[in-house]
Design a binder for this molecule. Structure first.
Ligand SMILES: NC(=O)c1ccc[n+]([C@@H]2O[C@H](COP(=O)([O-])OP(=O)(O)OC[C@H]3O[C@@H](n4cnc5c(N)ncnc54)[C@H](O)[C@@H]3O)[C@@H](O)[C@H]2O)c1
Ligand SMILES: [Zn+2]
Length: 298
């Protein structure tokens, strides 16, 4: 329930559920894992929408939230990514995000990000289109060369002022002196309790508001413009790829099943099955840094 409650925008989807009365859909037959027939079908597609989640970055060394990597110290990652956690302890939440920023800065995109970026470029050259919509906040798709990536949940490398709402790109390492050497993930690491005035603050004249990561936290709504752009991509596509996502975080979890409901092929790439696997036409089981380049042939 708390996951569903994550996005107030979910109510918008009630209208979609009315439009697609059989949602959530009854399982169809088992999806195919035949790469050759996927490739044959892919050739004729003009408009491909891709949805990625934490799994696509797992082989870059960025832990997913579900599974062993989902803990930071004694906290479950989802419990720190909330506005309540930030108002209770901005220091603790900044330590967590500082850890995640520094981790991403030491890692790089993997073969799945690279294959998608390369494929997008090739398709563009042929008058076709690939739109990448990601739940990730690591920026790896863009770093691999992908264009016009729709970041549903914001970015680790943007901050938002809690006072004037200014959004700024910030890749400083560390983001402020007080966080240098902080954020160790070990369960027994000490909490730093950094005084508020030493945490990142807004540089705009006469503001000096406390900054927060510009990411969508559990319990917060998505930016309506970003959501609209994502919806459009999935409404217009003639093929959908779902890569490394557990299909349980809404509203992203509804995009691919809604595409399948239109009769448009959806191919899932994951190391395991998900609650939506059986409504998709293809399921390629395995690590996405192997399966995605193979399926896209790049
Ligand atoms: N890299 C990141 O930016 C990052 C990392 C962790 C969490 N998150 C956030 O956590 C939320 C969780 O949603 P989610 O569904 O994206 O992630 P999730 O953690 O819920 O699920 C990850 C999925 O990836 C699959 N997976 C793991 N390793 C894989 C691999 N090598 N190849 C293919 N699939 C693999 C898992 O089976 C699982 O289904 C999102 O909102 C996202 O913003 C982001
Ligand atoms: Zn400000």
């Amino acid at each position: 329930m708390c996951i569903i409650a994550r996005f107030q925008v979910l109510c918008r989807y009630k209208s979609l559920a009315t439009k697609f009365p059989s949602f959530p859909m009854a399982p169809k037959s088992r999806p195919s894992s035949d790469i050759a027939s996927f490739k044959e079908m892919f050739k004729n597609k003009k408009n491909i929408a891709v949805l990625t989640g934490a799994g696509v970055s797992a082989e870059s060394g960025i832990p997913t939230f579900r599974g062993a990597g989902g803990f930071w110290r004694k906290y479950q990652a989802q419990h720190l990514a909330t506005p309540e956690a930030f108002s209770r302890s901005p220091s603790l939440v900044w330590e967590f995000y500082h850890y995640r920023r520094e981790l991403v800065l030491t890692k790089k995109p993997n073969k799945a990000h690279e294959a998608l970026a390369k494929c997008q470029k090739i398709l563009q050259g042929n008058g076709q289109k690939m739109t990448i919509v990601t739940q990730n906040i690591d920026g790896f798709h863009q770093q691999a060369g992908a264009q016009d990536v729709i970041e549903l949940h914001g970015s680790l490398f943007q901050t938002r002022c809690t006072k004037c709402q200014d959004v700024t790109v910030n890749r400083n390492s560390p983001i402020c002196e007080a966080l240098r050497g902080k954020g160790q993930p070990d369960a027994d690491a000490d909490t730093s309790n950094i005084p508020l005035h030493d945490l990142p603050h807004c540089c705009k004249a006469n503001c000096n508001g406390l900054l927060r990561p510009h990411v969508v936290w559990f319990g917060e709504g998505l930016d309506p413009d970003v959501l609209r752009a994502a919806e459009q991509a999935f409404e217009e596509c003639d093929l959908c790829l779902v890569i490394g996502t557990s299909s349980v975080v809404y509203p992203a979890a509804m995009f691919a099943p809604m595409v399948a409901e239109r009769g448009v092929p959806v191919a899932e790439f994951n190391i395991e099955t998900t609650p939506s696997t059986n409504v998709f036409q293809f399921h390629f089981q395995g690590p996405s840094a192997t399966t995605v380049p193979e399926a896209l042939g790049v």
